[in-house]
Write a protein that binds this ligand. Structure first.
Ligand code: PRP
Length: 187
């Protein structure tokens, strides 16, 4: 059920409500980190994060993981310049070696699943020893690919969610909570 907590005063014209607050996010991120630590115990992790929306979540998550890890990024966007909506464009390739590594792929939201499908296919082609996925949010209702996250923070309704990395037109990524954007803002 969407929360009815109002957003801070300065955002009330654009953001309808706070769906997941800072405290709730922080607690769930710690739980995800604990699950990852338990499952990857004694492993040397390669964390691969997808740009750009994953940044706040990634920064909080990895600070609660004490396993040895390396960190790399893949740039992928579903809306490139001069491309149709839904078409994926890779803007940065992986730099570190993934072969025989235990890879944890981190993203902010699993929606249709097209991004995670394309990136997991790309990573599996590099022959990692294992590959797991971790997403802060998932929308189950719009799934077009048969793919699930191994570690999932929260399931969210099919509303326009922004904040804590998620954007509308590249804005709102800096909000410390997940909010629902007013329909008139994104209409
Ligand atoms: C968003 C989000 C996920 C993807 C999820 O990325 O960060 O990577 O869409 O959608 P899907 O499951 O339908 O593929 P976006 O292309 O908007 O890039 P961004 O992270 O830079 O905002």
């Amino acid at each position: 059920m969407p929360s009815t907590t109002p957003p801070p005063e300065h955002l009330r014209k654009e953001v309808d409500s706070v769906l997941i607050g800072e405290t709730e996010i922080a607690a769930r991120v710690r739980e995800l980190a604990a699950d990852i630590e338990r499952d990857f115990a004694d492993r040397d992790l390669l964390v691969v994060a997808l740009l750009t929306g994953t940044v706040p979540f990634l920064a909080d998550l990895i600070r609660h993981i004490t396993l040895p890890m390396r960190l790399d990024f893949i740039g992928v966007s579903s809306y490139g310049n001069n491309t149709a909506p839904g078409e994926l464009v890779f803007t940065k390739e992986l730099r570190l070696e993934a072969e025989n590594r235990d890879v944890l792929l981190v993203d902010d939201i699993l929606d249709t699943g097209k991004t995670l499908r394309a990136v997991t296919d790309k990573l599996n082609a590099l022959k990692p020893r294992s590959l797991k996925t971790c997403v802060l949010l998932e929308k189950k209702s719009r799934r077009a690919e048969k793919i699930m996250g191994d570690y999932v923070g929260f399931e969210v309704p099919d509303a326009f969610v922004v904040g804590y990395g998620l954007d509308y037109a590249e804005c709102y990524r800096n909000l410390p909570f997940i909010g629902i954007l007013k329909p008139e803002v994104h209409a």
